[in-house]
Each structure stands twice: as structure tokens, then as C-alpha cells.
Write a protein that binds this ligand. Structure first.
Ligand code: ADP
Ligand code: MG
Length: 410
């Protein structure tokens, strides 16, 4: 028996205290304030954001904290409890391709807000976080979103006060990640960290041109009353080939949409007047000797459908019935989209065998985390079974998190 390792979320007081101390020991004087933003976990809807599809994230109780103070000049100085030394740059020097390192996620937000027409100045900031890095739980979006609400406050923009304003902050944080940090992600993570609400999941619709209130709809997600909880398992497996494989998946989806004469794979949906999956697969066949394109398309289209049904069940207070959709999502990601890993499959198999109602990989894949929907009474047994399975397979021990739907960046 290996004791499962639990990763507790910090309290707001603890997080604020940590960054306040780090700020005062790194810079002279006190910060103007402390802000924070959550990591996220996606319940269902994977690799759908860049296909104009649907996904359904919730915010984690695990957050990234930032203490920040504006400067008179345009210098940006950053420290993090998770990084060595001080990151420094001038705001006027920030541009795509011009900066490296973790500070790009923070300074990139100031750059993107400037690009959006807001007046930004330099700042000093200290960061600390209990969101695990590179675990598919979006520590990068938590960092960007924490920076976004901090900069919004010190510059007096008032964007964080409304959901529509938050949607603007989503654009800025996404541009920071895509253009300054150089990670081609699709916007799910930033939307979740900035727009989720406590007790709710957020149904995101990535069709272009939707108004904020159409693109992000809160769905009450009450697991506790149903006697359930969401268990997150960080496999701690090294991601490898993530960027290349992610790019290849995106390219395959684009190629398939082009061959079908569509703007995105979302348009296949019959409910949107589309041709339906059967005709799409038939039309792709002559262009797709090895069947790869068709498998990718089948995942995306079926995943969007599962996400809509999952959200409907949750909305009807039937969270206990979503398990089969989670499992179907995992199998589709494993076999059709080919983004799972040995560790992710092991979490799903061992959690299901120990009584989970559903389980799936979450996030982009190739490592990272998996989730399991578990009865409250079974949490310890399921975590134990997963920990034992990892020990039995000689793998690095995973970390376990509980993920009640939590509050957004503030
Ligand atoms: P994920 O978002 O899944 O955790 P990413 O690779 O997208 O993984 O983002 C992780 C990167 O974000 C880290 O390598 C680091 O550059 C940056 N980062 C996130 N949180 C922090 C932090 N608290 N301090 C410094 N850098 C951070
Ligand atoms: Mg990330």
C-alpha cells in the first residue's frame, strides 16, 4: 500500500500572506494589493476549442496569487516562489518573439492590454501558486488571469467587474499566451480562470462571433448534494512531444475542415444545418488512405455532442448520470484522437475498477491529469486504488486533488 499524496488548496489568507511576504522581501515597501486566479479542470469537451466547439470547465480551489504595485516608469520586475531570480523587461520592449521565460505570461498580459488600447505602465509583482505546473490544470492561465485582474485594478479599467469585461480580459490573456509566451492554446483555459463561478461549470461555445453571454453560460454543478465529488489525479508524467503533437492535431482538423469546405468541424453538426458525421466521413475517405483524418474528425464531432449532453444532464440535476459520457470521451481521446498516455489510461482503468462512476483524461493529453467522478464515500478507496496501480507499475506516485467548482480570478 502506498499512501496517496494529496495536494491541498491554500486558503485565501495563506496565499495572500505568501505573496505579500515575497513582495516585501524582493522590493522596497508594500504591494498595492493582492489578486489571485484559479487553475481549471475541464469536465468534458477536449480538443474542441480550436474547432469552434463546446467544452465544460470548472475553476479549481487551487490558485495563483500575485502581489503587484504599479511603477512610475515602464519597467516590469517579477519574482516567483516557483522560479529563480528576478525577471525584468521594459514594457516597450515586449513584442512577439522578443521575450523568454515565465515572465512572458505576466508581461504579455500588459502588452496585450496595451494592444487593446488601454494605457499600461510598468509594475513590480510577486507570484506564488499551489496550482501544479504542467499538470494540465492550467497554471499558465492562472498566472495570466491573476496578472490580468491585478493590472485591470491598478489601471482602473473596470473590466473584471462584468462578465463582458472579463471576456475582454480573456482575449488579452489568450494573446499573451499565444503571441508572447508562444503557446498556441485555444482559449479554454483563460475563459475558465476568468469566467467560471463558484458552484457552477461554464459551458463554453467557441463559435466565432458569439456575444460573451452566448459564448460562456454558467451551468449549476452541484456534486456535493448528489453525494459526489470530482477527484483530480496529476499523473506527474513528463509531457513529451506535446507541442508538436498538439500542432499536428490542430493541423489535421483544419485540413479536414478545408477538404469538407467548412470553416470549422463544428459545422458538421446537423443541429447547425450541417452534413452530419456519416456524410463527412464518406467525403473524407478518398483523401484519407490511413484513416487518420476521419478518426480525428470522429473524435471532435462526437466530443462536442457528448459535451452538450453532459451539460444538459448537469443542468437537470443529474450529475450522477454523466459517468458514461466521461468514459466515452476518454476512449475517443485514446483511440481516435490518440492523445492519451499509459499513465492516463491507468488512472481511468484503476479508478473505474475501484467504483468511480466515470473517469477520463483531462487537458491536452500526453501526460497531465485525469479526473474521476466518485461517490464521497468512495474517495479514499479510489485514490488508494490509483496510487497502488501506479506503484505496481513502477511509475512516479501521482498527486490527488479534490475539485469542488470554485471562484474565478479576483
Ligand atoms: P500548465 O498550464 O498545464 O500548468 P504550461 O506549460 O501551459 O502548463 O504552463 C506552465 C508554465 O507557466 C511554467 O513552465 C511557467 O513558465 C509558467 N508558470 C505558471 N505558474 C507559474 C508561477 N507560479 N511562477 C512562475 N511561472 C509560472
Ligand atoms: Mg497552460
Amino acid at each position: 500500500m502506498t499512501e496517496p499524496q494529496w495536494l491541498e488548496a491554500w486558503t485565501a489568507e495563506d496565499g495572500a500572506h505568501r505573496v505579500d511576504e515575497l513582495f516585501t522581501s524582493s522590493f522596497d515597501g508594500s504591494p498595492e494589493g493582492v489578486w489571485s486566479a484559479p487553475g481549471r479542470v475541464n469536465l468534458i469537451g477536449e480538443h474542441t476549442d480550436y474547432n469552434a466547439g463546446l467544452c465544460l470547465p470548472t475553476a479549481l480551489p487551487h490558485r495563483t496569487y500575485i502581489a503587484l504595485r504599479p511603477r512610475e516608469d515602464d519597467q516590469v520586475r517579477l519574482v516567483s516562489a516557483q522560479a529563480e531570480g528576478m525577471w525584468e523587461a521594459r514594457l516597450s520592449d515586449i513584442a512577439p518573439g522578443a521575450v523568454n521565460g515565465w515572465g512572458a505570461y505576466v508581461a504579455g498580459v500588459a502588452w496585450a492590454l496595451t494592444e487593446a488600447g488601454h494605457k499600461m505602465g510598468g509594475f513590480d509583482a510577486a507570484v506564488d501558486s499551489c496550482v501544479p505546473f504542467g499538470a494540465g490544470l492550467s497554471s499558465s492561465a492562472a498566472l495570466e488571469a491573476a496578472a490580468a485582474v491585478a493590472l485591470d485594478a491598478v489601471a482602473g479599467l473596470g473590466l473584471a467587474a462584468s462578465d463582458a469585461g472579463r471576456a475582454e480580459l480573456v482575449d488579452a490573456t489568450r494573446r499573451a499566451e499565444n503571441e508572447i509566451a508562444g503557446a498556441p492554446t485555444g482559449g479554454l483555459d483563460q475563459s475558465a480562470s476568468l469566467r467560471c463561478r463558484e458552484g457552477y461549470a461554464l459551458l463554453l461555445d467557441f463559435r466565432p462571433g458569439l456575444k460573451p453571454l452566448e459564448s460562456g453560460v454558467p451551468v449549476p454543478f452541484d456534486l456535493a448534494t448528489a453525494g459526489l465529488t470530482l477527484l483530480v489525479v496529476d499523473t506527474r508524467a513528463e509531457h513529451s512531444h506535446v507541442d508538436g503533437e498538439y500542432g499536428a492535431r490542430r493541423a489535421a482538423c483544419e485540413q479536414a475542415a478545408n477538404l469538407l469546405g467548412l470553416g470549422s468541424l463544428r459545422e458538421i453538426a446537423p443541429t447547425l444545418g450541417g452534413m452530419g458525421i456519416d456524410r463527412a466521413l464518406t467525403e473524407l475517405e478518398p483523401h484519407d488512405p490511413d484513416g487518420v483524418l476521419r478518426r480525428r474528425v470522429r473524435h471532435v464531432v462526437s466530443e462536442i455532442d457528448r459535451t452538450a449532453r453532459f451539460a444538459d444532464l448537469v443542468r437537470d440535476g443529474r450529475a450522477a448520470d454523466v459517468g458514461p459520457f466521461m468514459l466515452a470521451s476518454h476512449i475517443s481521446l485514446r483511440d481516435d484522437y490518440e492523445v492519451s498516455s499509459r499513465e492516463l489510461d491507468l488512472v481511468v482503468d484503476s479508478a473505474m475498477a475501484a467504483g468511480a462512476l466515470g473517469a477520463r483524461m483531462t487537458g491536452g493529453g500526453f501526460g497531465g491529469s485525469a479526473i474521476a467522478l466518485v461517490r464521497l464515500a468512495d474517495v479514499d478507496a479510489v485514490a488508494q486504488a490509483v496510487a497502488d496501480a501506479f506503484a505496481g507499475a513502477d511509475l512516479t506516485p501521482p498527486a490527488f486533488l479534490l475539485a469542488p467548482p470554485s471562484a474565478p480570478a479576483a
